[in-house]
Design a protein around this ligand. Structure first.
Ligand code: ADP
Ligand code: MG
Length: 346
């Protein structure tokens, strides 16, 4: 089995299974092969920051790092910085200054996933990279989002068109701008109006004006958003993207991987990889304890791991195994796993 090199590689899975460590080691592995690699993490835990020795001022900007003698570009996603880059690149300065957009692009603000796609797309478009490796946030958020892409697309295609044709009719008949409560009252439900009123009270600002401006700006910036959304088609394509569903050899984690697969099957292509991290079998094989109870521990661990692997091999098209690195140092983990990737490369 050989791992082909494609333009995009995505690592997803639940927390603590080793996504960040594996994504980093894979990026190093690709870099060793002479590929120009950008490693992007959207993990809010920012572990990559510590691993790569990045400082606060580097967050959100592509930074060149050196790890194990290899040069690598890395980017810790910052939605705010992405918005600023979009504003510059698409000449829509209001995008970066609008307060509603600022709120939406905070961590967990609701726009993080779409902004990650926009960012990946903008970086790939620079032509500087052969491969973009993406380390996603824990859990199914990223997958959930990809499923919701269709909705966002129709939002841009339909709802916006409706809102704007309404706006232009109104503007034409009034002969002037008519943005304000009157208009909003007509186009939003009373529930939303209540919410807006509430937000206006708590923000103590001209919230509604900002809101309307935000809709305008987002619409003006739709090209960037649409390109980000279009990236999803590339990610779905087996010739352009490698998907790694990461799990570790622990009770419960395999079940999560199976759930993730059924969740993902609608939008990722069929030849994805299950990455089984922290395998102990190899270590255990070289261990022959004379103590009987220790020997029982060994057998039990081996037995569990073997049956887990059998189970998973039947469920996933390809399973890549990575050993538990017996060390407390994350740098050691990365170094060993980088070596291990070599055995999977064609
Ligand atoms: N194969 C491995 N062997 C030993 N420790 C590992 C291995 N893979 C990851 N780790 C360690 O496990 C912890 C969680 O890894 P991390 O990559 O941050 O997981 P995630 O990004 O999925 O939350 C880190 O301390 C990391 O160094
Ligand atoms: Mg992580």
């Amino acid at each position: 089995m050989g791992l082909e090199i494609k333009s995009f590689e995505i690592f997803c899975g639940t927390g603590g299974v080793g996504k960040t460590t594996l994504a980093t080691s894979r990026a190093l592995n690709l870099s060793q092969m002479g590929k120009r690699v950008l490693l992007i993490t959207i993990d809010p835990a920012k572990r990559l920051k510590d691993l790569l020795g990045l400082k606060g001022e580097h967050v959100g900007d592509v930074t060149s790092v050196e790890l194990q003698g290899l040069k690598l570009d890395a980017l810790l996603m910052s939605p705010e910085k992405t918005i600023q880059r979009m504003a510059r690149q698409y000449n829509t300065p209001d995008l970066a200054s609008n307060r509603i957009v600022q709120i939406l692009s905070r961590p967990y603000g609701g726009m993080n996933e779409i902004l990650s796609l926009v960012e990946v797309q903008m970086q790939f478009e620079t032509g500087k990279y052969d491969v973009v490796v993406l380390d996603t946030p824990p859990g199914a958020h990223f997958l959930d989002f990809l499923e919701g892409v269709g909705k966002i697309r129709s939002f841009f295609n339909q709802n916006f068109v409706e809102i704007f044709s309404y706006l232009s009719q109104k503007t034409a008949s009034a002969g002037k701008k008519v943005f304000g409560f009157g208009l909003i009252n007509k186009i939003v439900s009373s529930g939303v109006r209540k919410l807006l009123g509430y937000l206006q009270n708590v923000t103590g600002a001209e919230f509604i004006d900002d809101f309307i401006q935000a809709i305008h700006i987002i619409y003006q910036s739709r090209e960037a958003f649409m390109k980000g959304l279009a990236l999803q088609d590339k990610l779905k394509s087996r010739t352009e993207c490698n998907w790694f569903l990461v799990t570790s050899v622990e009770q419960g984690k395999a079940q999560e991987a199976v759930e993730m697969k059924s969740h993902a099957s609608e939008f990722i292509h069929q030849d994805h990889y299950l990455v089984l991290n922290k395998c102990l079998e190899q270590e255990l094989r070289g261990w022959s304890p004379s103590d009987e109870s220790l020997n029982n521990v060994k057998k039990s661990l081996e037995g569990k791991e073997i049956s887990l692997k059998q189970q998973l091999r039947g469920l996933f098209p390809e399973v890549l195994e990575f050993p538990e690195v017996i060390s407390l140092s994350p740098t050691d983990h990365i170094q060993h796993l980088t070596e291990k990737w070599k055995s999977y490369v064609v």
